[in-house]
Design a protein around this ligand. Structure first.
Ligand code: NAI
Length: 335
């Protein structure tokens, strides 16, 4: 009889429960859903669990990991690709493996990045608001042809490659920068590998698809923004801390940046995925960004398609089952 694994599922929303329950076809995993995000306080809920399943904004720092270990947790299963919120060294020290879902649908995120580009360029969100008020004027809605323009893709991994493919379809020139560039792939797919300075200098649109690391944190700052083509559009579906919001606001105010599409924000843990419409929000940077007509902020939703959610659930459950069976963990992340 295989052992039943108890899984503490943090930050559970209704859509998570529905998808995970539909995909959990065995009786070897007992999932306990908690609405709370994992943090120093909620970690007590993990007592008696064999594994915790967490998402992008759960806190899994050194202190929380120590408490997970004290509570008997043996596995941290991320139901996302990024792992910047987990202290991997501490997890390793505590002998708690960390698994993730490396690729669930790069298409979902890539298509969303392009959605942000199109919405910003053609101002669909503004025109929709206007026509609801019976205002059919076009003033302020002029966009530009994507055809013939240059996009600069930062990182050339799974998501970025899908973005490149879509934008080639629009007739755009594609530049890319990656720390470990795959020159053959780039050559075969008509992507010009450049250094970051060249990418900043020549791109009409810059879209970020690198992980958040000590090297990429705040890579979009006053210095890099100064190097960009005046009037550049910036898209971030990567991680919030890739961009210094202060510098972005300054760039938007000066006009150096014409518009920004942000699916992530540097302090998003405090707000995203919650309805705060009745609250007074004490965040000047986010407040300024939300007042700007040329900025779109969405709540880290680029991954959110049926296909991606189903793949996330299947891979996460398989990761946990592999651990329970003592198999090699293909999707383990190591420090
Ligand atoms: P990936 O691992 O396939 O690609 C990342 C690429 O970035 C790799 O080619 C790597 O060599 C490159 N890279 C790493 N450090 C770099 C640096 N310092 N400078 C330049 N290039 C560097 O990852 P994937 O699947 O394409 O995802 C990218 C990021 O997108 C994830 O790390 C995650 O943070 C974010 N993401 C956001 C989602 C959302 O819903 N908004 C959903 C999924 C991922």
């Amino acid at each position: 009889m295989p052992m039943t694994m108890k899984v503490g599922f943090f930050d559970a929303k209704n859509y998570d429960r529905n998808v995970f329950n539909a995909c959990n076809d065995g009786d070897d995993l007992e999932i306990h859903y908690f609405g709370d995000r994992l943090n120093e306080e909620s970690v007590r809920l993990a007592k008696g669990m064999d594994a915790v399943c967490i998402f992008v904004d759960d806190v899994c720092d050194r202190h929380v990991i120590d408490l997970l270990q004290k509570n008997g947790v043996r596995l941290i299963a991320l139901r996302c690709a990024g792992f910047n919120n987990v202290d991997l060294q501490e997890a390793q020290r505590c002998n708690i493996p960390v698994v993730r879902v490396p690729a669930y649908s790069p298409h979902a995120v890539a298509e969303y990045a392009v959605t942000l580009m199109l919405c910003l360029n053609r101002k669909v969100y503004r025109s929709t608001n206007r026509t609801r008020e019976w205002n059919f004027k076009l003033d302020g809605l002029m966009g530009f042809d994507m055809y013939g323009k240059t996009v600069g893709i930062v990182g050339l991994g799974r998501i970025a490659r899908c973005v490149a493919e879509i934008l080639h379809g629009f007739g755009m020139k594609v530049l890319a920068y990656d720390l470990y560039p795959d020159k053959n792939y780039a050559k075969q797919h008509d992507i010009e590998l450049v250094d970051l300075n060249e990418l900043y200098q020549h791109s009409d649109i810059i879209t970020l698809h690198v992980p958040l690391t000590s090297r990429t944190q705040y890579m979009i700052n006053n210095v890099s923004i100064d190097k960009m083509k005046p009037g550049v559009m910036i898209i971030n579906t990567g991680r919030g801390k890739l961009i210094s919001s202060d510098a972005l606001i300054q760039g938007l105010r000066s006009g150096q940046i014409s518009c920004a599409g942000l699916d992530v924000y540097e302090d998003e843990q405090k707000y995203f995925y919650e309805d705060l419409s009745d609250s007074i929000i004490n965040d000047d940077k986010l407040s300024i960004l939300l007042t700007m007509p040329n900025v779109i902020v969405t709540s880290h939703q680029a991954f959110f398609t049926k296909e991606a959610m189903s793949n996330i659930a299947k891979t996460t459950l398989q990761n946990i089952r592999d651990f329970a069976a003592g198999k090699t963990l293909d999707n383990e992340v190591k420090s």
